[in-house]
Design a binder for this molecule. Sequence first.
Ligand code: PLP
Length: 375
Amino acid sequence: MHYLDNAATTPVLPEAAEAAKDIMLHNFGNPSSAHRLGIEAAKELARCRNVVAGAMSATSDEVIFTSCGTESINTAVRAVAHLNRHRKGHVITTLLEHAAVKQSFEWLRAEGFAVTYLQPDGQGHIAPQTLLQALQEDTVFFSCQLINNEIGTIQDIEALGKAFKQTCPKALFHVDAVQGLLKSQLAPRRWNCDFMSVSGHKIGAPKGVGALFHKKGLRMPALLHGGGQEQGLRSGTEALPNIAAFAKACEVQLAHMQESNAHIAALAAYLKEQMEIALPYAYTNVISDVPHIQNISVPGCKSEVMMRVLESENVFVSSGSACSKGKQSGVLKAIGLPKERSDSALRISFAPYNTTQDIDALICAIQKGAAMLRR
Ligand code: PLP
C-alpha cells in the first residue's frame, strides 16, 4: 500500500498504540478518583499534558485536551460568541480555512456577528495589510490557519498577530495549527495568540484526541458541564489511553523532527523531479511552503476519477480536504486557480515513513490513469 494522504489522517505510530494499550490494561483508573489507581492515572494525565503542552510551546495550565481539532476550534469560537453575546460585533477569518473554522464562522453569522473573509494572494498568503484593511472598530475576533491543509502554504502568523493586536488589543486571536504541530515551530505567546488548536491524528496518535491552547487569564465558558475536568472547561472523564498515545506521538515526532523534515523535503524534491520526467503534462498548483503537502493537477483527468484509478493501484491521495468530499475546493478557487486545474487537483501529503517507492508507485499509477482519461 502507498498511503500519501497523511494530511487527512496518519496511521497510528506503533509506540503510540503501545502507550494507549498500556494505559488500557495497566493504568485504567479514573484520574478523578481519590484512591491510588485514580492518583496514578492523574499523574499520567499530568505528565502527558506536560509533553503535549511542550510540543505546543505552551505550559500545562494553558492546555486542555479535547476530542479533535474541530472541537478545539469550536471551543474557541463558542468562547468568543459567549464573551460578546450582548454586543456581538465583527469577526474575521480567511477564505483558506478548513470547514471546522468556516462552518463555525457561518454559525457566528447566524448568531448575529458580521463576518469578513480575507482574500489570499495567488500563492495562498494573507498579507498583514489585507487584515489591517478589514479591521473595524467593533472587530472582536480573528481566526487564521498556520498551514493550509490543501496547498501547504504557511501564513506569517507572527506578522498577522502583531498587526491585529496593535489595532485591536482587546480582540481575540485564534490560530488553527492542526497541520502545523511538530512540522513547524509553534509559538502561541510570540504570536499573540489567545487560542491555538491542534489534533492528535495528524501526527500518529489515534483519532479522538486534540488539544486547545488558551492564554492564561482568559475567561472562558465551559463547553461541557459536569465534573469540572479540564479546568472546568470540558467536563467528562479524560480519554487517558488516547491522551497517552498523543503524548507518545509528540515525543517520537519531536525526537526525529529534524531528520523527518529533511527526509520529507527530499521526497518532495523527488516528486517534482519525477513529475518533470514522467508527467510533463501535469502541474504543481502552488509552490507549497512546507514539503509535506503538495498539490498537483493532471489536466483532463477529473480528481475523483483519477483517485479511483490510483486506489485500484493501491495508491491513496485525496482531491482536497477529507471533509470536502468531492465538492469544488474553496481554497483553490480563492487563489484563482482555473477551474480545469482545480477539477483535476490531487493533494499528496507525506509522513516520515513514506519512501521514494511510494512516489514511484504514484507516478506509475498517474501515468496509467492519464493514458485512460486524457484524450
Ligand atoms: N484544521 C485543519 C487545517 C485541518 O486540516 C483539519 C483536519 O483535516 C482540522 C482543522 C480538523 O481537525 P480534526 O480532524 O482533528 O477535527
